[in-house]
Design a protein around this ligand. Structure first.
Ligand SMILES: [Zn+2]
Length: 362
């Protein structure tokens, strides 16, 4: 890499990647990440490589520029653009490799990775072949220290029929490693009730259920995701900061809120929830939710697109005033809330607790 390009990339990263990153007690511990989109982990260098595979020349700077948004619609647009370079199983294998390398670097030992099956289907791709390549890439000996589980995600704005197609694809591949059915995308596009058949079907097939809600939508969107769709975990759910009774009832029902700090800042979700266009990290409800007894996990969502990683998210959480005990609690919750059989979950929790204990943290 020439010096000029190195300097440019360093400049971009200096602006976009957190400068507040400080080590936390969680850094050396084995970790789990539950809200992580495979396609959102495509770093600029990998996007350039993918585009070149399909005859398009783009630069790292162009990708970095596309990865800046002022609102949620801008983020969706960028997601659409970068996924347009994912055209065959080899492309999916490449991004899986790159993501697992990243996770390994951060001592992540368990990850539930969301795959935008809705986008694959819309582009008339072979979902089974793509997933076979993803799974094969994740099972190479290099990544033997990371256990992966997979979630097929429908894009809400594609509507109920498309969501049902995703649920069917997920059910078909349940035995091959799809643990859950989820829904993301534009939360404000269609009401939850439209998707009830897809969620009901997924549940009847033994799949676990997760839904993005209360990210840019209000508390009622979270309520609908739980009451109408039966979501066991909520992607983001930060809208509950505006409804204490709802936060309490979710905690009682063991519904988990998957918080993602950088994401909420980058997409303008936090600004939307707080009504403050200049909302900053200090406005995030993570600490308030934990203090209030909510079940919360911490994740990166789309790490490359939000210029973050899991270690940085914990560092941000620490800067919000979370105590070391609360950071450990967050990390532990990410194992407890996993979509795994109880025995498998217990083993992972034991590994985590043993490491925390030997570090004098438990
Ligand atoms: Zn997400």
């Amino acid at each position: 890499m020439d010096q000029c390009r190195t300097a440019t990339i360093a400049g971009i990263l200096a602006q976009l990647v957190s400068t507040e990153r400080k080590a936390t007690v969680v850094d050396p511990l084995p970790k789990a990440e539950l809200h992580l989109h495979l396609e959102g982990s495509i770093r600029p260098e990998t996007a350039v490589e993918l585009a070149a595979r399909h005859g398009t020349k783009i630069s790292v700077q162009e990708v970095a520029a596309r990865y800046r948004y002022s609102n949620f619609a801008g983020f969706i647009e960028a997601f659409k653009w970068v996924t347009s370079f994912l055209r065959n199983p080899d492309d999916y294998a490449l991004i899986t490799n790159r993501l697992l390398e990243e996770l390994q670097r951060q001592s992540v030992i368990y990850a539930e990775i969301t795959i935008s099956a809705g986008v694959m289907l819309r582009r008339m791709q072979n979902v089974e072949a793509n997933f076979a390549a993803i799974r094969e890439a994740s099972q190479t000996v290099v990544f033997s220290r990371i256990r992966t589980n997979w979630i097929f995600d429908a894009a809400r704005q594609f509507g109920a029929d498309a969501a049902m197609e995703v649920a069917r694809a997920a059910a078909k591949l349940h035995r091959d490693g799809i643990a859950a059915f989820g829904m993301g995308g534009d939360e404000l596009s269609f009401p939850a009730v439209n998707f009830r058949p897809a969620f009901d079907f997924a549940r009847s097939e033994g799949l676990r259920l997760v839904c993005h809600a209360g990210e840019v939508g209000g508390p009622e969107s979270v309520r609908d995701a739980v009451d109408i769709l039966g979501a066991e975990r909520i992607g983001h759910g930060i809208a509950v900061m505006r409804d204490k009774a709802l936060a309490g009832s979710l905690a009682t029902r063991h519904v988990v809120l998957e918080n993602c700090l950088a994401s909420n800042l980058a997409t303008g979700a936090l600004a939307a929830q707080t009504g403050k266009p200049e909302a900053s990290l200090e406005d995030h409800p993570l600490k308030m939710l934990l203090d209030g007894g909510s079940l919360v996990t911490l994740s990166t969502d789309d790490p490359a697109m939000f210029h973050t990683d899991l270690l940085t998210e914990y560092s941000r959480a620490a800067s919000l005033g979370l105590t070391d005990r609360q950071l450990i609690q967050l990390a532990e919750q990410s194992f407890s809330a996993a979509f795994l059989p109880p025995e498998d979950k217990r083993q992972l929790l034991d590994t985590f607790r043993a490491a925390a204990k030997s570090a004098g943290l438990l």
